[in-house]
Ligand binder design. Sequence first.
Ligand SMILES: *Cc1c(COP(=O)(O)O)cnc(C)c1O
Length: 363
Amino acid sequence: MMSVYWNTRIRGLSPYVPGEQPQDGKIVKLNTNENPYPPSPKVIEAIKKAADEKLRLYPDPACTEFREAAAARYGVKPEQVFAGNGSDEVLAFAFAAFFEPGRDAPPVLFPDITYSFYPVYAELWGTPFRTVPLAEDFSIVVEDYLVPSGGAVIANPNAPTGLFLSLDGIFALAAYLEQQGRVLVVDEAYIAFAGGGRRCPADSAVSFIGKYRNILTVHTLSKSASLAGLRAGFALGDQALIEGLCRVRDSFNSYTLDRIALAGAAAALSDAAYYDGITEKIIKTRGRVSAELEGMGFTVPPSSANFIFVRHPRLGGREFFAALRERGILVRHFDRPRIADYLRVSMGSDGDMDRFLDACRGI
Ligand SMILES: *Cc1c(COP(=O)(O)O)cnc(C)c1O
């Protein structure tokens, strides 16, 4: 559709297309990396408590409770935390705040295969970008980013490949960009599932705080905290970067998080014990499913996320997707160069994954 009422900027956009959310409860849904386990009971309790007559009042625009809980969890100061309506919003604000718009601006760099929202944000804000090819094995080649640019965005672990880039690589990139006066955004949506999953800050680039003033790590409660339906994300970084994000937010919508979401997010970040438990279960499931698929002849690059990226040498991606769909299983297929024969499969409950494995045997 086109409309004469759309301005030229809107006409030129190609918006992100989110994974399908079928309303039919019978489908095994492994297409959007949601967590198969429920959120912590403490989250539900906090949300119920927040649903009271105070809803007539605006929420805390500084998101104090949420930011304090994130700061405590990651060992940083509340001034080093920005809270947003899902990490997608935080990423959109980061593109607006740190990357130069305009045809002649130096391009922002990100991998050719990564989260497909990045080019959409760049387009929205009019920021030029250049994609950098991943290696044949889908790993990120850090040296390829050590060239003049407008900044860089890396998802770590990367999506949809699931591969993890070592912190040495991240810091080498940060050091180079710091000299250029540019920002490195590290999207850590899946960090809880990396490196064995113990104590998620261990694998996070947050240990940079105080060292590199140009790294911003972006986090979400959608995947690891089972709260995709709540819409809560946050970023950690030097106070100056956090203030840059606040400038964008306060030029747009001062209350991006409602009272319910603020209460739930703070409670989630305060219940590490519960979340470490379910994260460990997902990592175990990922190991079992990967091994069984490899036994059937599938190729499964090593995943550090709550999904795997799968291909069979004798099966096209579109064909594989359709065959699973016929068997009531929904996964994600990206019809794009280099990855058209792969499917991204979220880790469901063990029962769901048994159904998936049975279907793969049948196919
Ligand atoms: C899911 C995902 C997000 C978005 O998370 P929300 O907090 O739900 O907006 C961001 N980045 C990556 C790489 C993701 O996979």
